[in-house]
Write a protein that binds this ligand. Sequence first.
Ligand SMILES: N#Cc1c(-c2ccc3ccn(Cc4ccccn4)c3c2)n[nH]c1N
Length: 238
Amino acid sequence: MRIDVLTVLPGLFDCFLKEGVIGKAISSGKVEVKVHNIRDFTTDKHRVVDDVPYGGGPGMVLKPEPIFRAYDELTKEGEKPYVLLTEPWGEKFNQEMAVELSKKPRLMIICGRYEGVDERVKSLVDREVSIGDYVLTGGELPAMVIMDAVLRLIPGVLGNLESLRADSFSDRGLLGYPNYTRPAEFRGMKVPEVLLSGHHKKIESWRKEQSLRKTLERRPEIIENLKRKGLLTKEELE
Ligand SMILES: N#Cc1c(-c2ccc3ccn(Cc4ccccn4)c3c2)n[nH]c1N
């Protein structure tokens, strides 16, 4: 997969693209992520990317020209990207969308700043996406959240064991099971016996029960949604 990111703050992505699972996936060539400074696609000597809003009002708006120039330049060759625009009021990002996006060969993520992008930029966009009902200062952190959730699903990025675990739980949006590690007792708090038993079938069923129970308690709508889609097995429904 290739992802092109358009932003006026490219430096925000430096650590994200160098460290951890995402950094390894990029350095090993499993995925390609290129961050482009929208300012590099301006033509004036002051490299202006924003302007005051028509009709008045607070703040500035990202101009359309530099973003269109970047899009035209970056799509001259190769497969056309599926274009995302991060927006406070976009479609809510979730695991289902992450799975869908992970199957695209190429993505482009346009990150707004200030009061957002000129409305005409949306003629380039396939999906306006929000990571939650709160307002951030720009679209870069949402872009990193989306990339993290999508790239971890690319085969080979997490390694087999992890991707197997992911398929059975988080890809259906179920909450995770409790994790423990040594010591077996810490300040009077013991690790559940089943996890020390070495009985893999019992451990797996305990973990599935914990995940379903936690999801039912905290996010009952996820269970209802899975029931409606027929994505819960008979045993899971019991
Ligand atoms: N995704 C997502 C987002 C954003 C987001 C995304 C892009 C931009 C571009 C500018 N701003 C600041 C802004 C916009 C509008 C009014 C005031 N302030 C953004 C915020 N906030 N919260 C989310 N879940």
